[in-house]
Design a protein around this ligand. Structure first.
Ligand code: PRP
Length: 195
């Protein structure tokens, strides 16, 4: 285990099994639909790559780049950096993200798709659902795991763009990140390699 991680919440094998189940469920639930799976970068990249290989129907993929946390732990507002410009008319878009936290990111993307594109439907799939932090009323259609209010990293999830390459999802040691209550001492963990 990486020295900055105090607890592994979801080991690789458990994630693999759950992502396989999610892929199978989406395959069944979306049968007969013209589906585009839309990954929200950067956090969903590993989850997305694994998920689509477990969807056994003809789908297309696309990507949006959305950011709200930057290098910190507090949302600064959702910034839609890059959004697909292809015609999604008549498509069922499944938005895929790594974590549903306050809900602001997913809500902004769903709103944009529904208001600006004549999509048939918008569905949502997240690997982690952290309900304790929700400020926007929103439920995902498919959820991998319901997670408590821990600061989690790995399998695509980051702190300050680090730890995404950990193959498992773990809880980051508190002394590795800056909080609003204890500003000024961020990033004292120096080793960001993978063990
Ligand atoms: C993270 C995560 C989700 C979002 C969830 O993205 O990947 O997209 O925050 O938080 P919310 O429910 O409170 O909106 P972030 O802005 O950190 O960018 P990243 O995907 O590049 O890590």
């Amino acid at each position: 285990m990486h020295s900055d991680i105090k607890q592994v919440l979801y080991p690789e094998e458990q994630i693999r099994k759950r992502v396989r189940e999610l892929g199978q469920t989406i395959t069944q639930d979306m049968a007969g639909e013209d589906v585009v799976l839309l990954a929200l970068l950067k956090g969903s990249v590993i989850f997305f790559a694994d998920l689509i290989r477990n969807v056994a129907s003809h789908i297309r993929v696309d990507f949006a780049w959305v950011s709200s946390y930057g290098d910190g732990t507090t949302s600064r507002g959702v910034e839609l950096k890059v959004f697909p410009d292809e015609d999604l008319s008549g498509k069922t878009v499944v938005v895929v993200d790594d974590i549903l936290d306050t809900g602001r990111t997913l809500a902004a993307v769903v709103h944009k798709l529904r208001s600006e594109q004549s999509v048939k439907d918008v569905k949502t799939c997240v690997l982690l659902d952290k309900k304790a932090r929700r400020v926007v009323e929103l439920e995902a259609d498919w959820v991998g795991f319901h997670v408590e209010d821990f600061f989690v990293v790995g399998y695509g999830l980051d702190y300050a763009d680090r730890y995404r390459n950990l193959p498992y999802i773990g809880v980051l040691n508190e002394h590795c990140y800056q909080t609003e209550d204890a500003p000024g001492e961020a990033g004292i963990c120096k080793d960001h390699g993978v063990e």
